[in-house]
Write a protein that binds this ligand. Structure first.
Ligand code: NDP
Ligand code: 2IT
Length: 451
């Protein structure tokens, strides 16, 4: 970075931090984008005059509201919910809802900010948004989750709609929650529409939406590996998380010939030296999605595997790592372990799982590394395809959706190469993804005037 760029980044960040105190995840997500695009902005100074970055980092609207509900014993609980409508330059706000005890305004804003750029990368007409609540579905009955979802939607429905804002799932929000949310939306608005994505297959959902994020991660990884003349065949893969993204990333990696060694949750990870197979993965689907159990229960069926409580999988030697749990789950020391053990490819399924220090270690080691906003875009892309199918009241086959998902991931990869290739041929996917998406959003904002 030259002196001008450095000064621009630092003064921009100082103002952003002063305006949004304490929002560390939001600061982190913004800094990454600003550092990537500052040299581009320097070459096109009208972007500074138009205050594009200042506008992009100020949400168009933030809704914060109370969600009261009663548990099965009749006790009253009060949660806080959010919807951050970040940027609508490219289409209706689009992005998931997260239910997790850690949810706060900073996490919602970082996710909505990243979503704006991710959605731009898909080339589908979607703006960026995110929402959620500090409600934890863990240990709650179906009836409690339903009452919570109904209470949340009673307020949220005022602000969303198929052409306004289209929520979907994220951590803690899967098919069950989308069903309860959709039911309440339909009841209050008297409208069967595509206002939520991730719907059930027989009531407006798209084929392959559940699989899409994890599959997309692997399709993107295939493109990266091909640059080195490699593939998943015979590679050792470690995965964090054991939820939606992790499960389908594991399934696809395995089907492409990889040996998947680990899965995790917030309590620890399992290491299966022999690798997962279809039967073992089916057990995980049943354990996590139906019984809503913990990953350590994997050992009750496969006692030859090992369980490491309170630990993350990054010290297990591997070729490819797919972080699919949560933000900042790969810290500098984890990145060092990965590089030291010979991992040459890190493809993010989660949003912002690597800290800036970890990313710097990957870049310095010149390994293949892709940020979530590029490699996990397959989920929201397939949500975009669900919206298209809802609009034309049709349902595409799995083959049709898969072909589009493949093409979108491959186009995103090409965009990263276009803007991220460095002089020595190394591809900086962070830079590539940030610049490619920034240009699309900035151009649309300028076309639409000062709004
Ligand atoms: P799920 O709720 O299905 O699974 C989340 C997994 O991550 C669980 O195994 C969970 O373990 C673990 N996890 C969650 N929070 C933490 C934490 N604070 N520390 C350690 N582990 C944690 O969510 P998804 O699979 O949908 O989401 C995973 C990641 O992928 C998130 O970053 C999400 O934003 C991102 N993503 C999701 C998309 C989607 O379509 N669903 C699309 C693109 C990105 P535990 O049960 O212990 O909490
Ligand atoms: O982070 C994400 O891209 C998602 N949680 C999916 C969002 C969506 O609208 O499908």
């Amino acid at each position: 970075m030259n002196k001008f760029t450095e000064k621009y980044v630092e003064s921009f960040m100082a103002e952003l931090i002063a305006k949004n105190p304490g929002e560390s995840e939001f600061h982190q997500a913004v800094r990454e984008v600003v550092e990537s695009v500052a040299p581009y902005i320097e070459a096109y100074p009208y972007l500074i005059d138009f205050k594009i970055l200042e506008r992009m980092t100020e949400p168009e609207r933030v809704i914060i509201f109370r969600v009261p509900w009663t548990d099965d014993r009749g006790e009253i609980h009060i949660n806080r919910a959010f919807r951050v409508q970040m940027n609508s330059a490219l289409g209706p706000y689009k992005g998931g809802l997260r239910f997790h005890a850690s949810v706060n305004l900073s996490i919602m804003k970082f996710l909505a900010f990243e979503q704006t750029f991710k959605n731009a990368l898909t080339s589908l007409p979607m703006g960026g948004g995110k929402g959620g609540s500090d409600f934890s579905p863990r240990g709650k009955s179906d009836a409690e989750v339903m009452r919570f979802c109904q209470s949340l939607m009673t307020e949220l429905q005022k602000y969303i709609g198929p052409d306004t804002d289209v929520p979907a799932g994220d951590i803690g929000v899967g098919g069950r929650e989308i069903g309860y949310l959709f039911g309440q939306y339909k009841r209050l608005r008297d409208e069967f529409s595509g206002t939520l994505t991730g719907k059930g297959l027989n009531w407006g959902g798209s084929r392959l939406r559940p699989e899409a994020t994890g599959y997309g991660v692997c399709y993107f990884a295939q493109e990266m590996l091909a640059l080195k003349g490699k593939s998943f065949e015979g590679q050792r893969v470690i995965i964090s998380g054991s939820g939606n993204v992790a499960q389908y990333a594991a399934q696809k990696a395995m089907r492409l010939g990889a040996k998947v060694l680990t899965l995790s949750d917030s309590d620890g990870f399992i290491y299966d030296e022999k690798g997962l197979d279809e039967e073992k993965l089916n057990f995980v689907f049943e354990l996590k999605n139906i019984r809503r159990g913990r990953i350590k229960e994997y050992l009750s069926r496969y006692p030859e595997a090992k369980y490491f409580p309170g630990a993350k999988p990054w010290e297990i030697p591997c070729d490819i790592a797919l972080p699919c749990a949560t933000q900042n789950e790969i810290q500098a020391s984890d990145a060092e372990s990965l590089v030291a053990s010979g991992c040459y490819c890190v493809v993010e399924g989660a949003n912002m799982p690597s800290t800036p220090e970890a990313i710097a270690i990957f870049h310095k080691a010149r390994i293949l590394y892709s940020p979530g906003k590029a490699s996990n875009a397959g989920g929201v892309a397939t949500s975009g395809l669900e919206m298209s199918q809802n609009s034309i009241r049709q349902k595409w086959t799995a083959e049709e959706v898969d072909a589009q998902l493949h093409r979108i991931m491959s186009d995103i990869h090409a965009a990263c190469l276009k803007y991220g290739m460095e002089e020595d041929g190394y591809v900086n996917y962070v830079k590539g993804a940030n610049i490619a998406s920034f240009i699309k959003v900035a151009d649309a904002m300028i076309d639409q005037g000062l709004v």
